[in-house]
Each structure stands twice: as structure tokens, then as C-alpha cells.
Write a new protein. Sequence first.
Length: 313
Amino acid sequence: MTDKGFDFYDKTSIKSYNLDQNMRYQLNMLDRLDVFTRKHCENVANLTCRLCEYLHCTKSFTQYCTICAYLHDIGKLFIPPEILQKPGKLTEEEYEIMKTHTTLGYNMCIKDLELRPYANGALYHHESLNGSGYPNGLTKKDIPYEGQIIRVADEYDAIVSKRQYKSHIGISDTLKILIEDSKPSSAKSDALSTIAENCKFGKTNPVIVKALFKVVIDDIGYEISLTEGYVDELKENIKRWEQIYKYKDKMDNSKKEKDKNYYLEGIKMLLKPDENFENAANIYEEYKKAYQTRKAMIDNLYNEIKIIKKLKV
């Protein structure tokens, strides 16, 4: 019995572009990152590409923004491994060091003629529209659109990876976090009038968050389709085993050897190479259990779509 896996990030959109030799050079820079960071960069790039398509960006901007997203964490090459790979919460001092990956990545890109066009991804992906981000505390008017898009993709993947989702069930909780980040802060500061002014904006662009909803709903639909295909396969196998048991009952109740052999041959034709009556009960029960589990999963996924459609940004 083969289960059908699901990948949160369908790379079809990325593959739709013919990346020339120069672009492959930029993507190859990821090979210098640790496995976790490289996978995160790939995820963010795939998601960024799809966000751009839902935002109706031009093909050239989509391609540019996708490469920026691939390289957004390239500065983590210079972050000490004991900080970058620390399993627990970072200390304030460690967090300040971690934050430097934005400027370190930007400087690295600027010094390389091949990477220079994509330096914005590294520099701006942690800036917030309300000025609370880093490294420069910029506000909405000063943050390039590519930085705003990558910010949403980066935050989404970070939460998804942390929670280690195996399915989109429960993913609406992640989207609720992003919704909160897109809302204006109610907190006011008497220290600087500029900070108070920035509170009119949230951290992330609500238009991009809405586009993320569409991407996620599409993904859930794709997961449902895969799961339904697997359910159909399970259903056929359950029917096959029901037929096997019918033939076995008839074979056991037959008095003539000719009839017994007839039903036995039918059973042999229905059995797969690794199946026999010694493991029949276990196999049959596994199919039924898997069928019920996946049916429930489909119901939960459809419910997840309903929840997401009700979310307001």
C-alpha cells in the first residue's frame, strides 16, 4: 500500500521560466548555505513566484522577484553556526547578530556583479510597513515591492516549517498570524511622532496577504485532489479484497474439487505479488483504516478552505 505524499510548494511555476546561465549562477549560490536555510530559500522563492502571479506582476518582475527571494537569506553564510542553528530562543545579543544577515547579504550581492541586481531581496525582507522592521526601520513608502512580497512569503514559510505541517489541516491558524501582522498597531508612542505616524500601517501588506490566501486555497485544492485520488485507489483495493473473501467463502463451501479450483484461481488473480492469506486480515484492515483516515482528512481540508475564505484582512 503506497501513500501519496504532498509537497507544500509546487515548483511548476518556477520551472515555467527558462533560467539562463547567469540566473543559474545566482541559484547555485544556495549550495553554500546549510541544508535547512537552503530549503527555506527554495520554499520562499517558490511561494514568491506564485504570489507574483496572483498579484498580476509582469513576467520579468516575477522572475526578478523570484531570484531575489532565492537569495534573500544569503547573508546567513556569515552568521556563526552556533547562532544560526541554535534550537532554542536566541538571546538579545544573538538576535542582534542574526539580524545582520540582511546587510551582510546585501553587501555580498553588491560586491558580485552577477548578484548585484538582486540585492534588494537580502536587504528589505525583514522591513515592516509600520517602521518596526530591520535593518533600517523603513516604512511603507521606502520598502520596494519585492521586499514586501518576500516578507510575506518568508514569514509564512518560517511558521509552516516551525510547525512541521504534514498537511494543510490547521494552516488557517498560520494565516491568522499573518493577518494580525497586516493590521495597524493600536499601540502609541509618545517618544517619537514618526513612530506614532507609522502605526497607521501594519507590518505586512494586506494585498499580498490576500494573495497568499489564494495560493494556500489553491494548494489545499491540490492536496484534496491528490488525497481523493488515493482514496479512490484505496476504495478499489477494498472492493478487491471483498471479492477475494467472497471467493474464499464459496471455495470453502464448494463440494466439488472443480469448483474449489475455479474460485482458487480467481483468488490468485486478485491477489497482488506480496499478498497472501497469511497477511490477508492485516492488509484488509490497513486498507479500511487508511480509507477512513483519508476521508476524514478530505473533510477537514474542505473545512479549512471554508475557514480561510471567512478570514478578513
